[in-house]
Design a protein around this ligand. Structure first.
Ligand code: BG6
Length: 480
């Protein structure tokens, strides 16, 4: 095949991430005709697989309707597979040959791999598989980007010795979500928010991530990392950053990322007194069937103290935010799936209504499920009485934007790599700051092994988390 414009290489093609996310996303993009024309996909992994084998791995995750059948045949034609080791230069030379045979093309390498092989794979890409012409090469990597400040620095130094920053795309898939992208527009495209977006009007901010399932099957990985590294240090901190950063001079990727780094620099490392750690225990009657506790997972080492739930209070020590708690809260095996930002405004000064009736305003940005932006506010109870009640100004996307398909985070991000937009990718100095904030806490937890507070699978998590929020100026409304 000649004249191809892009080759997308999936390292770890036989693995979980590839089959569950990367291939389904590539298929969706292809089906919707969003992939650049003349794009070819090469899977690379150690196992000797035929394209049919690969296809049978995709089968449970890749949706092909009857109408899509002929399109899917075309999709198969742009796919091929190369088996090889991750540390063998001659295998990478074979891969390079396959790419060159396709044509003189831009090269995208997706590392859907465990971090243990990042180093050898990137060395081999650099030595053997870089585009040799006027075409570009881009490398996409997934977290974990190290496990603390030092290991992350080692990885960053390694990568920057091989590639330019504009060739490295560090994925945080939360940045590809509709509502996360909406945060900047809400803040900087609405005059009404700018005068109140600060310590004078905002009492506290709660950023939550809740999942209704445990570590099922991923216990090994999870136990090594814990929920702080899995979700909080990246996804939740990104949300905080977008809520707290100053307005960038433009929507240029570097302008935005400069502001992100700036606000992160104002956040001191988290102290353990401002943290609640939890771990789920079994629930014999969880949702009609028995749910096992974290320690009952056979892939989790006996007696592990790895937290599966964490709430932490962070502070941004700058002119805008000094004294406003940002509570990051995340947990597995909770009562629901939800990710949201709650910005709670201060009490009304000089309340003239019946004492206790007037509740705080709260702006909620619900990332998932059912994307929405709503403002909790007071209104007169309709009717004869002159009473007041809490109600909502409600922008629920499902009703306002009926029928508009919300792209999957990975779809957006993979397209960004094709087009070369780094707005929604993590820059190395941003990563450094994120690790600086979390590393002392992570080390302390690992050294002292504080016993996490048990909470029942399917509950809201430890009550101590609500107490921490309450002492940090967040009034529990019963819905968060
Ligand atoms: C991943 C974490 O980064 O995010 C998982 O490793 C978590 O543990 C997932 O389940 C959540 O992503 P989403 O898009 O389903 O909220």
């Amino acid at each position: 095949v000649h004249g191809a414009s892009h080759v997308f290489v999936v390292f770890g093609a036989s693995g979980d991430l590839a089959k569950k996310k990367i291939y389904p996303v590539l298929w969706n993009l292809f089906k919707d005709e969003l992939l650049p024309k003349e794009t070819y996909i090469i899977g690379y992994a150690r196992s000797k697989l035929s394209l049919e084998d690969l296809q049978s791995r995709w089968a449970p995750y890749l949706k092909v309707t009857d109408d899509d059948k002929s399109k899917f045949q075309e999709f198969l034609k742009i796919n091929s597979y190369c088996s090889g080791n991750y540390d063998k230069t001659s295998d990478f030379a074979r891969l390079d040959k396959m790419i060159s045979e396709i044509g003189n093309c831009n090269r995208l390498f997706y590392l859907a791999l465990p971090p243990t092989v990042y180093e050898s794979v990137t060395l081999n890409i650099k030595a053997t598989c870089m585009s040799k012409s006027d075409k570009w090469t881009r490398v996409i990597i997934e977290k974990p980007f190290g496990r603390d400040l030092d290991s992350s620095e080692l990885l960053s130094n390694h990568l920057s010795s091989l590639f330019k920053e504009e060739e490295i795309y560090r994925i945080d898939h939360y940045l590809g979500k509709e509502m996360v992208q909406n945060l900047m527009v809400l803040r900087f495209g609405n005059r009404i928010f700018s005068p109140i977006w600060n310590r004078d009007s905002i009492a506290s901010v709660v950023i939550s991530f809740k999942e209704p399932f445990g570590t099922e099957g991923r216990g090994g990985y999870f136990n090594d990392f814990g929920i702080i590294r899995d979700v909080m240090q990246n996804h939740l901190l990104q949300l905080l950053t977008l809520v707290a950063m100053e307005k960038p001079p433009s929507t240029d990727a570097e302008d935005i990322r400069n502001e992100k780094v700036k606000v992160l620099k104002s956040i001191p490392p988290i102290v353990i007194d401002n943290v609640v750690l939890g771990q789920y225990v079994g629930n014999p009657e969880g949702n009609g069937e028995e749910k096992l506790g974290y320690l009952d997972d056979p892939t989790v080492p006996a007696g592990s103290t790895t937290p599966t739930f964490v709430t932490a209070a962070l502070f941004v020590r700058n002119e805008r935010w000094d004294g406003v708690p940002f509570l990051l809260r995340c947990g597995k095996a909770l009562n629901e799936r939800k990710a949201e930002v709650r910005i709670q405004f201060k009490d009304i000064p000089g309340d003239i209504f019946n004492e206790g009736k007037v509740k705080r305003n709260e702006l909620v940005i619900r990332v998932q499920p059912n994307e929405a932006v709503y403002m909790k506010m007071m209104a007169k109870t309709p009717g004869m009485s002159f009473d007041c009640e809490e109600t909502e100004l409600d922008l629920t996307y499902g009703s306002r934007y009926k029928g508009i398909k919300m792209p999957e985070a990975y779809e957006r991000l993979i397209l960004d790599v094709f087009t070369g937009s780094q707005i929604n990718f993590v820059r190395s100095d941003e990563l450094y700051q994120a690790w600086r904030i979390f590393t002392p806490l992570l080390h302390q937890i690992e050294e002292e092994k504080p016993k996490p507070i048990p909470y029942v699978y399917g509950s809201r998590g430890p009550k101590e988390s609500d107490e921490l929020c309450a002492t940090n100026n967040f009034i529990y409304t019963g819905t968060y």
